[in-house]
Design a protein around this ligand. Structure first.
Ligand code: PLP
Length: 372
């Protein structure tokens, strides 16, 4: 007999992924949708994400092993490498797996120029329109395009850029205007498909941004890029990941008793607390302070004291029915239709939903809720 695992698990909801993808489609008007599945599908697992997102027009990622996994799962459509090749020989893999790839620097053009291939490549030439991460500056962009366009190794050139502030204002002004203007000024008369918008731009700026392909990352997983200005209900997004566990111990506190390492929480009245089998070694953020929301049997409560490696503690004072064995939802879909959005937990911990999703550790078993 296999030993019983700890009660913690992550559930990946394929129906929620499919719903969120449909939301991206609805927002993106006529554009095609890249489901962004980098970082092991934002922690959801490539195979599980594929189950819910196979209706996308393509998959965008940056790791060759993940691209290979998608091909093994049977995906024959477009795959885009968002950071392109990291070394010359990566182009052989691009040829073999039929991967489209970003070209953001001269080195990548040099490698293409030396690459021996029977099938010319489709590339996405990236402009640094103001984020100052990857890409050719507006003044270098056209020369890069001309150089690529002259290569027999290159078939079709698409144009891309990435917004730094699509989720908010920038210095109190429109967050994307300066980048959009820089991109359009240089690319106006160039042929080729365009890909500009991430989730935030897809949700907030679609009518303004002409995009043939949007890149839907966080919204595919039900994360809200502009939380707390807007929430999941506003954008009609559903959590694709539930992290849940159980109460494995109960303590009754007297006033003055403290909880956990560092005694950061002190009871000011008699109270009951539950010890949950979930800690930072599972990926729950250690930074989440007393008061971080959780669901116990689908009812809202809060954490008390510090998160430790394998456990955290929740307040049961207002939940007399709850106790040993109660189900605890750290984020996602709880019992009886209850929901705790990951953005709310992330905010309590001073971070964003993206980081929490990606941080679930290997010791947490993942299970898939298949499409209905
Ligand atoms: C990660 C990434 C995206 C997706 O961003 P979200 O905010 O998760 O939608 C889009 N484009 C590029 C280049 C990325 O690296």
């Amino acid at each position: 007999m296999r030993p019983m695992p700890r009660p913690i698990e992550a559930l990946i909801h394929a129906p929620a992924l499919a719903h969120n993808l449909a939301r991206a489609r609805a927002c993106a008007a006529d554009a095609k949708v890249w489901a962004v599945v980098k970082a092991n599908a934002y922690g959801h697992g490539i195979a599980a994400a594929y189950e819910g997102l196979r209706g996308a027009d393509g998959f965008a990622l940056l790791d060759f092993a993940e691209a290979e996994q998608l091909r093994q799962l049977g995906w024959r459509g477009p795959i885009l490498l968002l950071e392109g090749a990291f070394e010359a020989r990566d182009l052989e893999l691009c040829s073999r797996l039929r991967l489209w790839h970003a070209v953001h620097c001269q080195e990548q053009i040099d490698w293409l120029a030396m690459h021996k291939t029977h099938e010319p490549h489709r590339v996405f030439l990236k402009m640094n329109s103001g984020m100052n991460r990857l890409g050719f500056t507006p003044s270098a962009f056209r020369a890069a395009w001309t150089r690529l366009n002259a290569l027999p190794q290159v078939d079709e050139i698409s144009l891309m850029t990435h917004f730094s502030d699509a989720d908010a204002l920038r210095f109190g002004q429109d967050g994307i205007a300066h980048q959009l203007a820089a991109f359009e000024a240089v690319t106006q008369d160039l042929p080729g498909e365009r890909s500009l918008s991430n989730s935030a731009a897809t949700l907030r700026h679609t009518p303004r941004v002409r995009s043939d392909w949007v890149r839907a990352g966080i919204m595919s997983y039900g994360g809200v890029p502009d939380y707390p200005e807007h929430d999941a209900a506003h954008w009609d997004l559903r959590p694709a990941m539930t992290l849940r566990s159980r109460i494995i111990g109960v303590q009754n506190l007297q006033p003055g008793d403290t909880v956990g390492y560092g005694s950061s929480f002190t009871a000011d009245k008699p109270m009951r607390i539950g010890i949950v089998a979930c800690g930072y070694a599972d990926g729950y953020p250690r930074h989440c302070p007393t008061g971080t929301p959780v669901l116990v049997d689908g009812r809202r409560s809060r954490t008390v004291g510090r998160v430790s490696m394998d456990m955290l503690t929740v307040d049961l004072s207002d939940l007399p029915q709850a106790g040993f064995g109660s189900e605890v939802t750290l984020w996602g879909q709880g019992p009886k239709g209850s929901v705790l959005h990951i953005d709310e937990v992330a905010r309590a911990g001073g971070t964003i939903g993206y980081e929490l999703m990606c941080a679930i550790t290997r010791r947490v078993p993942m299970h898939l809720e298949a499409l209905g």
